[in-house]
Design a binder for this molecule. Structure first.
Ligand code: SF4
Length: 150
C-alpha cells in the first residue's frame, strides 16, 4: 500500500456539540482553579470552558490561543490525567472535567468552520526562519506571525 492510501481513524470520535456544551456546563468555574496549576502553560481553563458553555467558540479559541498554538494536538496527547484533569477539584469525586476533550473540541470546531481570527498585524517587521517543525518550532512561528514577522 502506498503511503498516500494510508488513513488513520481515531478511536475516540470526540464530543458532539451538545456533549461538549453539557460537559462544559459541569465546570464549577472555581475562584481558585486548581486545574490551571496542573497545566504546564497555565492555560486559562475555566475561562475557555465558560465561553464554550455559552456556545462562544471563537472566544473560547481566542483564550486558548493566548497560551497555545497547538490545542488540537495538546487536547489529544497531553497527559491530562496527571496535569489539568488530575488537578481539577472534581477529581476528588472521580468526576474531573474532561478538559483535554473540550480543548480538542474547540480546536477541531475552529478548524472545521475556518473561523475568522483577530486581524493580524501587517508583516512589517522582517523575515524570520524557524529551524525545526516540532511543537516548539511551530509555536515560535505562530507567535512571530502574530507579532508582525514574515
Ligand atoms: S478545577 Fe475543575 S471545576 Fe474548577 S475551574 Fe478547573 S476544570 Fe472547572
Amino acid at each position: 500500500m502506498s503511503s498516500k492510501n494510508i488513513r488513520f481513524k481515531e478511536d475516540d470520535a470526540g464530543y458532539s456539540m451538545k456533549e461538549a456544551i453539557n460537559e462544559a456546563k459541569r465546570c464549577l468555574n472555581c475562584k481558585k482553579p486548581s486545574c490551571i496549576k496542573g497545566c504546564p502553560i497555565a492555560n486559562d481553563i475555566p475561562d475557555f470552558i465558560y465561553q464554550l458553555s455559552m456556545g462562544n467558540m471563537g472566544a473560547a479559541m481566542k483564550i486558548i490561543n493566548e497560551k497555545s498554538n497547538l490545542p488540537a494536538i495538546c487536547g489529544r496527547v497531553c497527559p491530562h490525567e496527571k496535569q489539568c484533569e488530575g488537578h481539577c477539584i472534581l477529581q476528588k469525586k472521580g468526576e474531573s472535567i474532561h478538559i483535554g476533550k473540550l480543548e480538542r473540541f474547540i480546536a477541531d470546531f475552529d478548524a472545521d468552520m475556518d473561523l475568522i481570527r483577530d486581524r493580524l498585524p501587517q508583516k512589517t517587521r522582517g523575515k524570520v526562519a524557524v529551524i525545526g517543525s516540532g511543537p516548539a518550532g511551530l509555536t515560535v512561528a505562530g507567535d512571530l506571525a502574530r507579532s508582525g514577522f514574515n
